[in-house]
Write a protein that binds this ligand. Structure first.
Ligand SMILES: [Mg+2]
Length: 155
């Protein structure tokens, strides 16, 4: 029986994609630079937390999932395959999908929480390198536990 849902951010939490990340003048991600360098996704490297994530995938009482504001492109699919990620992925649909990062994660998770197999969840763990997203998601779920993962790309 699934007791815990673990929501993992991807960039800066499970995968280091800082080689193609840049801050814009407003202190947030330079989205144009990010999009222009999406073809370098295969050069992202696993972060230490990925090993814990992989372990959770085989724990029957835990449901780990990836909830990311990135578009889950073909290179992301291949990257996941290469590093043993088989979990469910919530991601931005396409570039017309302009939802904020926390909102799109919450919407995706809520869709799952309606399903029968998730009716016995007692804790929702949130793993994030973006403090704002972490606060927003944890505020939304009363039974949540937040885990802030410091990175050099959490904005
Ligand atoms: Mg992140």
């Amino acid at each position: 029986m699934i007791k815990q849902l673990h929501i993992f951010d991807f960039d800066g939490t499970l995968a280091d994609s800082s080689h193609r990340y840049k801050l814009a003048d407003n202190g947030k991600i330079d989205l144009a630079h990010w999009i222009a360098n999406e073809d370098k996704t295969h050069l992202d490297t696993p972060l230490p937390l990925l090993a814990d994530f992989i372990d959770m995938q085989s724990n029957p009482s835990i449901f780990p999932l990836i909830a990311t504001a990135r578009i889950w492109c073909q290179q992301s699919v291949e990257w996941a395959l290469r590093y043993g990620v088989t979990a469910h992925v919530i991601a931005r649909k396409n570039r017309n999908d302009c939802r904020g990062g926390a909102a799109l994660k919450i919407q995706g998770v809520n869709r799952l929480l309606n399903l029968k197999q998730f009716q016995h969840i007692t804790e929702i763990h949130v793993w994030e390198d973006n403090a704002d997203y972490l606060a927003e998601i944890c505020e939304y779920y009363s039974n949540s536990v937040g885990h802030f993962i410091p990175s050099n790309q959490g904005f």
